[in-house]
Design a protein around this ligand. Sequence first.
Ligand SMILES: CC(C)(COP(=O)(O)OP(=O)(O)OC[C@H]1O[C@@H](n2cnc3c(N)ncnc32)[C@H](O)[C@@H]1OP(=O)(O)O)[C@@H](O)C(=O)NCCC(=O)NCCS
Length: 141
Amino acid sequence: MQIRAITPDDHAVLCALWRRTPGIQLRSDDEYAPFCRYLARNPGLSLLVEAEGVPVACLLVGHDGRRGYLQHLVVDVPWRGRGLARALVDEALRRLAEQGVVKSHVFVLDDAPEALAFWQAQSRWGLRSDIRVFSTREAQA
Ligand SMILES: CC(C)(COP(=O)(O)OP(=O)(O)OC[C@H]1O[C@@H](n2cnc3c(N)ncnc32)[C@H](O)[C@@H]1OP(=O)(O)O)[C@@H](O)C(=O)NCCC(=O)NCCS
């Protein structure tokens, strides 16, 4: 098993993984062009785990120069419970720190109990009770 950076060529197989994973919501941002734009803007940060050439886990990672943001952490069902998610998160934080980004956030939906349980079990991560997230979306240019 090997961790490597995600490339544009991985889009189709990762979309299939996300689609078959309950709790992961696909949006227009996950289509090919925005996916490639995101990878180009955050080179070498988004990661996957490959087993015998097949991606079985992934994590999208970006930053704004100040904070890191983690999204779409998924481990395919047969590969869960082997430390793959932890390995991806640790490697992403290491790569972010190399770029001077030492604080990161992950947004987890209230109705994603599995994701909440995972993040609550991570001792390096603290649940914030002092923040509410406000979001907006512009019409597409
Ligand atoms: C959440 C998810 C990514 C965990 O992947 P995983 O590879 O099985 O997790 P790991 O094996 O790396 O687990 C690391 C630690 O987290 C904890 N953990 C993992 N899954 C957990 C769960 N469902 N509930 C509670 N704790 C959990 C364990 O304590 C584990 O530590 P241990 O090895 O000492 O037991 C995987 O279950 C998944 O893809 N779920 C569906 C998608 C999802 O919810 N993604 C999160 C989006 S924010």
